[in-house]
Design a protein around this ligand. Structure first.
Ligand SMILES: Cc1cc2nc3c(=O)[nH]c(=O)nc-3n(C[C@H](O)[C@H](O)[C@H](O)COP(=O)(O)OP(=O)(O)OC[C@H]3O[C@@H](n4cnc5c(N)ncnc54)[C@H](O)[C@@H]3O)c2cc1C
Length: 305
């Protein structure tokens, strides 16, 4: 792939272009090789200029907070874009509408909504990703998903065309949407309802407590590894895994890649697991669950190659 011309792109807002850039510090698993090209885009102006120059000449991946992604050990042979400074703003548009840049953490948006006495964003306090990743994944927990609060999404495609997509034009599925794959979400407009700070705080505290009781925290993980196979069975995926493997035994088999004993759908990098260790563990579980229950598990975490 020709790269020289990319170095010549002049940024107005201090965006950073790097080559052979380490990815392991940019994701929750702390795993991954390098990216051949990496862009920290600080503004729409810079992003749009760079996308036009790149002109889809190779692979392109958008990285949010890295809480749902497992990078490969080998170099990603393309461009990884992370959104920076100018995508990190939140504003109140009217009494119950909030607009947030894509690189804002969900938690920050939840706090902003609480401070402004807008209810409906409490679940965001339990999801460690960014707004962009949440839109892409239709992330959710405890009965609420992004679909319940999105009014519209602002996006740019890989060739630099900007659009606003109202939620009525989006089909939201479990941890996915029907939006085209070549979109970079720039921001989202979200709607809640009026409430009081005290009531919202109680809601947030309740959800956080529930989460702490049921899931591991302060570990290198990507959250739920597999989706609940809702089209195949009512059983939760953790239950299928528990029925199909001996977790303690499995945790001795794949180097530092292991399953959380607190929530066995969470994979953990105990220390120095490679992406290969993680993928071997994934394949082992898939096979065991299929053989035992006939259920074909689908990944929730996103793999790059
Ligand atoms: C401890 C833990 C708990 C979790 N709990 C939950 C939970 O309760 N519910 C839940 O749904 N998820 C949960 N997750 C998973 C994860 O936090 C969510 O999927 C989150 O929405 C991912 O956001 P991110 O910014 O980290 O995205 P990343 O992991 O960086 O990327 C995920 C996907 O989103 C895409 N993406 C990211 N930003 C953009 C953008 N601006 N434009 C276009 N595409 C983009 C990426 O290309 C990739 O396909 C958990 C993860 C962890 C580590």
């Amino acid at each position: 792939m020709k790269l020289e011309d990319l170095e010549k792109v002049k940024f107005s807002d201090n965006s950073k272009l790097k080559f052979d850039y380490e990815l392991s510090n940019l994701n929750w698993f702390n795993i991954g090789g390098k990216s051949k090209i990496y862009l920290l885009a600080n503004s729409l102006r810079d992003l749009s200029k760079f996308l036009k120059q790149y002109n889809r000449r190779g692979k392109l991946f958008i990285l949010g907070a890295g809480s749902n992604v497992l990078f490969d050990d080998n170099t990603f042979d393309g461009l990884i874009i992370k959104l920076g400074k100018n995508f990190n703003n939140i504003s109140k548009l009217n009494e119950n509408l909030i607009i947030s840049g894509s690189s804002c953490l969900d938690k920050k948006v939840s706090e902003f909504a609480m401070e402004n006495e807008i209810e409906g964003f409490e679940f965001l306090s339990c999801i460690p990703g960014s707004i962009g990743g949440g839109i892409k994944m239709n992330a959710g927990c405890y009965g609420k998903e992004f679909k319940d609060i999105i009014v519209s999404v602002q996006a740019i495609d890989f060739l630099g065309n900007v659009s606003t997509i109202p939620s009525s034009k989006i089909t939201f599925n479990y941890r996915s949407t029907n939006l085209p794959k070549d979109l970079i979400y720039l921001s989202g407009t979200f709607k809640g309802s009026l409430s009081t700070k005290e009531k919202i705080k109680i809601g947030i505290d309740n959800l956080k407590n529930k989460k702490q009781l049921s899931q591991p925290f302060r570990v290198k993980t990507g959250g739920s590894t597999f989706k609940n196979p809702i089209d195949q069975t009512d059983k939760k995926v953790w239950k299928l895994i528990k029925e199909s493997i001996d977790i303690k035994e499995t945790n001795k088999m794949f180097g530092d890649a292991m399953l959380s004993e607190k929530h066995c759908n969470f994979m953990i990098n105990k220390d120095k697991a490679s992406s290969k260790d993680m993928k071997n563990l994934i394949n082992f579980i898939k096979e065991k669950v299929y053989n035992k229950t006939g259920v074909n598990l689908e990944l929730e975490i996103v793999l790059t190659s």
